[in-house]
Write a new protein. Structure first.
Length: 111
């Protein structure tokens, strides 16, 4: 299966209305830094929480580097979700200077 993928340069800044960001990283990674407004469902929970993923909007799937999000993107695409993997993940997001928020009281960062 060919995984739909986009480079950070292909992601509009700011993000357009109607684009959902799905972060499939683990809780500690999420708390350290994530895209504001993103939906957080760790990859291991995606099967049981798939109903939380919108099926009527495009979904940009992110993880730290792009491996977990590629797996999630392929799985979601097989279920009819218009999902796209962010190549390079949150490391590329952070490296491009895109805005992030944290949940742990420290400056947002990718761990």
């Amino acid at each position: 299966m060919n995984i739909p993928t986009v480079a950070i340069t292909g992601v509009p800044d700011p993000l357009p209305e109607g684009l959902v960001v799905l972060d499939v990283r683990e809780d500690d990674e999420w708390r350290a830094g994530h895209v504001e407004g993103a939906v957080h469902i760790p990859l291991g929970d995606l099967g049981e929480r798939v109903a939380e993923v919108p099926t009527d909007q495009q979904v940009l799937v992110v993880c730290k580097v792009g491996g977990r999000s590629a797996r999630a993107t392929g799985w979601l695409a097989q279920r009819g979700v218009e999902a796209v993997n962010l190549d390079g993940g949150m490391l590329e997001w952070e490296g491009a200077g895109r805005p992030m928020v944290s949940e742990d009281g420290e400056a947002p960062r990718v761990v």
